[in-house]
Design a protein around this ligand. Structure first.
Ligand code: UD1
Ligand code: CA
Length: 454
């Protein structure tokens, strides 16, 4: 498509119904602000330039919208006078002259590039206006599409609709493509004599037709067009997003035993033949390579899991956890900012943070890297083929060489050379026949207490 296109994203709403201290478009879906999801789709659809109409939290909204690398020009809508007024706020951008103007809403994050392209394709066919519509069982609140003989003749807002019109179930998604050469003229003719006293963008349909132009409606699935007005709708959008992404991931070769209990982030990458057991949560920034297993009840965030590695059950991988091939992080283990070498095993009840662990090393149950001194973080280096006995405290900064063994229960405060045995614990004492003496003493104490009570 060689036609130029300006995308205008409306995000100036007050978000009153969200009852929130921040703009609705900043609320995350799969860990990414809604507006950034919209921008991803806009970028994928191949537009020339992007403008965003902002009101509340203008700076934060512009920043979130720029995340995907798009060059976004913000326009501040000082008063919220309606969607038609909002689009005209970007007048300066429209005046630069484009073949297509594409309008989308910042609060409809399920959008994909397909309907955006479909709307523009309708302009390329010679229409002045293309509106993306959808069929729904619950049309209340949406503008209704009035279609006659294949042409869109009007969009009627709920509040202005007649009884008959309200029965129409084909609705306006808000997504619209406008002939860029006519857009300014059409937009400046919008008035505000309607039930809400707002400048309705939807009036463009009748305006374009009154000037001899042609408008069409192009349908897209409701699941891509749902908008968010309150937290209940936010949860529905999150569910729809999760369902879609789980489906895509399963179809790409990933096994999920109970997909409805697995939560993915916007950027989760999972390779073929990975198995994900029930109740696993992926925060942002996780990559799992082919053949790895994520056991039940694990929580991963900012982590890399190489081929054939095993995580969980009940494991927590925090940012910077980097598991090499065939390594294992087992139950009730937490790993943060640490390289876990090939085939290394951290099987039970352990905290590994700010650490390097060599290949094939075994970390015993209850081992803790004491990485924080209350002010600074320090590193622990452990070589390859080492063995750290259960319940060891490694007081960082400290290192343990290749092939070294640390005895169980040690507090390691000094470096351990390769192949050394380190013991950092009190020597055991054994006192023969001493137990009965202690037992007698304790029984006498108990009897004395009873006597006192009487
Ligand atoms: C709008 C449409 C309706 C459609 C529905 C789909 C109009 C008149 N109506 O209604 O046909 O079915 O969306 O969800 O267009 N905004 C601004 N500035 C404003 C007003 C709105 O930036 O002055 C932004 C909002 O932040 C939001 C979007 O425009 O992202 C839609 O506004 P909203 O008030 O939610 O429109 P609806 O009444 O839902
Ligand atoms: Ca709305």
């Amino acid at each position: 498509m060689s036609r130029t296109c300006l995308a205008i994203i409306l995000a100036a709403g007050d978000s009153t119904r969200m009852k929130s201290s921040m703009s609705k478009v900043l609320h995350p879906v799969a860990g990414l602000p809604m507006i950034a999801h919209v921008m991803k789709a806009v970028a994928a659809s191949g537009v020339t330039d992007t403008a965003i109409v902002v009101g509340r939290d203008a700076d934060a909204v512009t920043k979130a919208a720029s995340q995907g690398g798009l060059n976004v020009t913000p326009f501040l809508q000082k008063e919220r006078l309606g969607t038609g007024h909002a689009v005209l706020t970007a007048r300066e951008a429209i005046e630069r002259g484009y073949d297509d103007i594409l309008v989308a809403y910042g609060d409809a994050p399920l959008i994909t590039e397909a309907p955006l392209k479909a709307a523009r394709a309708a302009l390329a066919e010679g229409n002045d206006l293309a509106v993306i519509g959808f069929h729904t069982a619950s049309p209340t609140g949406y503008g209704r599409l009035l279609v006659e003989a294949g042409e869109l003749v009007a969009i009627r807002e709920e509040k202005d609709a007649s009884e008959d019109e309200r029965r129409i179930t084909r609705c306006n998604s808000g997504l619209m493509a406008i002939d860029g050469r006519k857009a300014l003229d059409l937009l400046s003719r919008i008035g505000n004599s309607n039930a809400k006293g707002e400048y309705y963008l939807t009036d463009l349909v009748e305006i374009a037709r009154s000037l001899g132009g042609r408008a069409v409606a192009v349908d897209a699935p409701e699941s891509e067009l749902a908008g968010c007005n309150n937290r209940a709708e936010l949860a529905i959008i999150e569910r729809l997003w999760q369902e879609r992404r789980r489906h895509d991931i399963m179809v790409s070769g990933v096994t999920m035993i109970a997909p409805e209990t697995v939560f993915l982030a916007h950027d989760t990458v999972i390779g073929q033949d990975v198995v994900i057991e029930p109740n696993v949560v992926f925060g942002p920034g996780v990559t799992v390579e082919s053949g790895a297993i994520i056991h039940a009840f694990s929580h991963l965030e900012g982590a890399y899991v190489a081929s054939g590695a095993t995580v969980g059950p009940f494991a927590r991988l925090r940012p910077g956890a980097n598991l090499a091939e065939g390594s294992k992080v087992g139950n009730f283990c937490e790993v943060k900012k640490a390289e876990i070498g090939k085939g290394a095993k951290i099987n039970h009840l352990t905290y590994i943070g700010d650490a390097f662990i060599g290949a094939e090393t075994n970390i015993g149950a209850g081992t803790i890297t004491c990485n924080y001194d209350g002010v600074n973080k320090h590193e622990t280096h452990i070589g390859a083929h080492a063995f750290i006995g259960s319940n060891t405290a490694l007081v960082a900064p400290v290192s343990v060489g290749d092939g070294a063994i640390v005895g169980s229960g040690s507090v390691i405060t000094q470096d351990v050379p390769a192949d050394a045995l380190a013991l950092g614990r009190a020597r055991q004492e054994v006192k023969p026949e001493r137990a009965p003496v202690i037992r007698e003493r304790n029984l006498a104490l108990k009897a004395a207490k009873k006597d006192n009570k009487r």
